[in-house]
Design a protein around this ligand. Structure first.
Ligand SMILES: *Cc1c(COP(=O)(O)O)cnc(C)c1O
Length: 356
């Protein structure tokens, strides 16, 4: 690659795209510079923009909504279903209006949305479905890979995802050759041939160096996902004995989750997080403020109470350490720390506070 000065849309990009399309059981894959870009370009490829509404989950990373906004459309949020982390199909149906053009289901934390009924609902209303599979590379619903159900699907390849580059990257998959062509033009200045431009495209290409890294890492993805599943099973088993917190719901029937995150819920979540930090266990909250309560989305006109379940979860969720290389000893230590909460009165501090 370096000897050939093959830095831009080089051979590695083609090869990664072929490998990833095959992995997802879709016809085409188009490498882009981030997941957010992929969502934006995919929406635009279906002609979605000004005046259109796109329904997505209230409980997702904000990038899903930002992409909808950036093509000029309006994000319409739907709450999650009870005892799941993913979008409620009944809420989606209620949110459909004459302006609705598309649905973006999000396979959050690695849990596949049950795609068959969702596709059925979409086709009854003539809607486009773009899966946001940024947290679910390799997950399956009814035996099929996520990404192979929708009219298109987007995967972020940000370093911390199940399949991650050594920097920002993303990929869009589709079975539709026209959408594939539109995406290829849009990511590369609208240029089918060098210095000839048929549309006002962007520079949103997947970097060749990142593609080379991703091609190698893709070969390990199934084994890494298997390790994540084994870790989740260990957590499930140990936490069910502890009983102090609510372990994550099981994956939906007929589906295989890939545990991008292992998310528990607790009544005193902030206290638990502080306690775990004192014990040397670092945790993250995905996500502390729902989209509709972010200042950036004040214009949607929602208030507290608009999406009760999403709001309840935002106050309770805590992501425990989860990565393929996590060993069983570490999992046991994390669970022991969870179990020792609330800490005994008058605890001896285990870490010295930093004072200034
Ligand atoms: C990471 C992520 C994105 C954004 O991807 P970037 O590559 O960071 O732009 C979008 N949606 C979801 C659900 C994500 O987790």
């Amino acid at each position: 690659m370096l000897q050939r000065s093959d830095y831009i849309l080089g051979e590695s990009v083609n090869l990664f795209e072929q490998d990833f399309a095959e992995y997802c059981q879709t016809g085409f894959a188009v490498g882009v510079d981030s997941g957010t870009s992929g969502l934006e370009l995919a929406l635009a490829a279906f002609g979605i923009g000004e005046g259109d509404e796109v329904i997505t989950a209230a409980n997702t990373f904000i990038a899903t909504a930002l992409a909808i906004s950036h093509v000029g459309a309006t994000p319409v949020l739907a709450d999650i279903a009870p005892e799941t982390f993913t979008i409620d199909l009944a809420a989606v149906e209620k949110a459909i209006t004459r302006a609705t053009r598309a649905i973006i289901p999000v396979h959050l934390y690695g849990y596949p949305v049950d795609m068959e009924p969702l596709m059925e609902l979409a086709s009854r209303h003539g809607l486009i479905v773009i899966e946001d599979a940024s947290q679910a590379h390799g997950a399956r619903s009814r035996g099929k890979r996520v990404g192979s159900f929708g009219h298109a699907a987007v995967f972020s390849l940000y370093p911390a995802k199940n399949l991650g580059a050594f920097g920002d990257a993303g990929v869009v998959v589709t079975a539709d050759p026209d959408i594939d062509q539109r995406l290829r033009l849009a990511r590369n200045y609208g240029s089918p041939v060098k210095y000839y431009h048929t549309s006002k495209g962007y520079n949103r290409r997947l970097d060749t160096l990142q593609a080379a890294v991703l091609r190698v890492k893709l070969r390990h993805l199934d084994a890494w996902n298997e390790a994540r599943r084994a870790n989740a099973a260990s957590y499930d088993r140990l936490l069910s004995l502890a009983g102090a917190v609510i372990p994550p719901p099981p994956a939906a029937k007929h589906s295989e989750a890939v545990y991008h995150l292992y998310v528990i819920r607790g009544a005193d979540r902030d206290g638990l997080q502080q306690h775990l930090a004192n014990e040397g266990v670092s945790t993250v909250i995905h996500y502390p403020i729902p989209i509709h309560l972010q200042p950036a989305y004040a214009d949607l006109g929602h208030t507290e109470g608009s999406f009760p379940l999403t709001e309840q979860y935002a106050g309770q969720v805590l992501s425990l350490p989860m990565y393929p290389g996590l060993d069983s000893g570490a999992i046991e230590r994390v669970v022991a720390s969870v179990e020792s909460f609330p800490p005994a009165l008058d605890p001896t501090p285990r870490t010295l506070a930093t004072t200034t």
